[in-house]
Design a protein around this ligand. Structure first.
Ligand SMILES: NC(=O)c1ccc[n+]([C@@H]2O[C@H](COP(=O)([O-])OP(=O)(O)OC[C@H]3O[C@@H](n4cnc5c(N)ncnc54)[C@H](OP(=O)(O)O)[C@@H]3O)[C@@H](O)[C@H]2O)c1
Ligand SMILES: *[C@@H]1O[C@H](CO)[C@@H](O)[C@H](O)[C@H]1NC(C)=O
Ligand SMILES: *[C@@H]1O[C@H](CO)[C@@H](O)[C@H](O)[C@H]1NC(C)=O
Ligand SMILES: *[C@@H]1O[C@H](CO)[C@@H](O)[C@H](O)[C@H]1NC(C)=O
Ligand SMILES: *[C@@H]1O[C@H](CO)[C@@H](O)[C@H](O)[C@H]1NC(C)=O
Length: 330
């Protein structure tokens, strides 16, 4: 018995378990929680990708605060099921499902025009939807799929809804990005759409990071342009969260991911805390252009903090989504 306890494999095992325990305890301690109890009665919120994961938990919380919550989802059946859960858990039946496929610019324009026609106000826009996929495909708009679902679709949506957000000021835009954007050390402006990476696997794996970096840059660019109008825009990182996000990746990737997630991840409810905090907390009502993680502002990478780069990325994005002069509301 004693020889077993002193054996090397056992001691190594013990060390690994103890280390994981310490890391987990540290993560639990650092995890941010939204402490605001602000009431959102008479406020309208749009959350993209709200039928599952972080978006759904964000919707439940904001519905509990009395908001009118619009679930902007591409899968209406899944969204209606989510709506029933959200109504039941929040006791608020002002929850509406509207169809939005971010991978189609037509769908984004359609969605926005329905909103502008039917909603007298919009107080909070949460650009939450996102996907990780290793499939290489272009959308019907000729843009790279992941770039459009994560960035270009939201870029157009934000521009189209800006007019209504301004009218409803003070209002807030929240971009759900990811700390993983910091893995991008350079940004190739000639390949912002990432399509040129298709034939280069070492570049292709960077498309998700690319999309998340570009979100942070656009947030940085827009913030000062609209600060006078009482609309704030911030990006957040939810942390590592156990959701369906890896569903479109290869099975070996999913296996590796589920192991890491099992040990280190937050629940979707924990992962939603930073989005909720930035959407409702009073003390940050005039904070704009920042990046939040665990409910705290953190410094962005050098690349993401470059105003000239941000401006160029913004202009290229305008061209990619074919933004019309009358759709420009900043
Ligand atoms: N989980 C993490 O560890 C983590 C870490 C950092 C950042 N994030 C970010 O957090 C956000 C939420 O992710 P999650 O973890 O909650 O993932 P999730 O469970 O996979 O939920 C993603 C949501 O986005 C929607 N979506 C995807 N593509 C769409 C499209 N083309 N049009 C409309 N909706 C679309 C999905 O709708 P369907 O159900 O129809 O597919 C789903 O509702 C994402 O932006 C993600 O990048 C997550
Ligand atoms: C929010 O305020 C309204 C009245 O202003 C009240 O009726 C409602 O119960 C409050 N909701 C919550 C969740 O505190
Ligand atoms: C983030 O915010 C900017 C506006 O500052 C918007 O144009 C951009 O598309 C948003 N990105 C996403 C996907 O959240
Ligand atoms: C990638 O390579 C294929 C065949 O080798 C070619 O047809 C395609 O045009 C290339 N795509 C890009 C974006 O360069
Ligand atoms: C792929 O991209 C990397 C990084 O830019 C580059 O070093 C490499 O030469 C490229 N490979 C091919 C086959 O183009």
């Amino acid at each position: 018995m004693l020889t077993f306890v002193l054996s090397l494999p056992f001691l190594i095992g013990l060390l690994v378990v103890a280390t994981l325990g310490v890391v987990k305890a540290y993560l639990l301690m650092m995890r941010g929680v939204c402490r605001s109890t602000n009431n959102l009665t008479d406020k309208t919120v749009i959350i993209t990708g709200a039928n599952t994961g972080i978006g759904k938990e964000t919707a439940i919380d904001l519905a509990k605060r009395g908001a009118r919550v619009i679930l902007a989802c591409r899968d209406t059946k899944k969204a209606l099921a989510a709506k029933d859960d959200i109504v039941r858990e929040s006791g608020n039946d002002h929850v509406i499902v509207r169809h939005l496929d971010l991978a189609s610019l037509w769908s984004v324009r359609q969605f926005a025009s329905e909103i502008l026609k039917n909603e007298p106000r919009l107080d909070i826009l949460i650009n939450n939807a996102g996907c990780v996929t290793m499939e290489k495909k272009l959308t019907p708009d000729g843009l790279e799929y992941q770039m459009q679902a994560n960035h270009f679709g939201h870029f157009l949506l934000t521009n189209l809804l800006l007019e209504l957000l301004k009218k409803s000021a003070l209002s807030r835009i929240i971009n759900v990005s990811s700390c993983l954007y910091t893995w991008k050390r350079t940004l190739d402006l000639n390949n912002l759409n990432s399509e040129l990476s298709y034939n280069n696997s070492s570049l292709y794996h960077g498309v998700y990071y690319n999309s998340k970096l570009v979100q942070v840059l656009c947030t940085r660019h827009l913030a000062p342009l609209i600060s006078q109008s009482g609309v704030t825009v911030n990006s957040v990182c939810p942390g590592l969260v156990n959701t369906e996000i890896f569903r479109s990746t290869s099975s070996w990737f999913q296996m590796a991911a589920s192991f890491v997630l099992f040990i280190f991840s937050k629940t979707a409810k924990e992962g939603a805390q930073t989005s909720i905090h930035v959407a409702v907390a009073s003390e940050i009502s005039d904070v704009t252009g920042q990046f939040f993680c665990d409910c705290r502002i953190i410094k962005t990478s050098k690349l993401a903090d470059n105003p000239n780069l941000a401006k160029k990325v913004w202009e290229i994005s305008e061209t990619c989504v074919d933004l019309k002069p009358e759709e420009r509301n900043y």
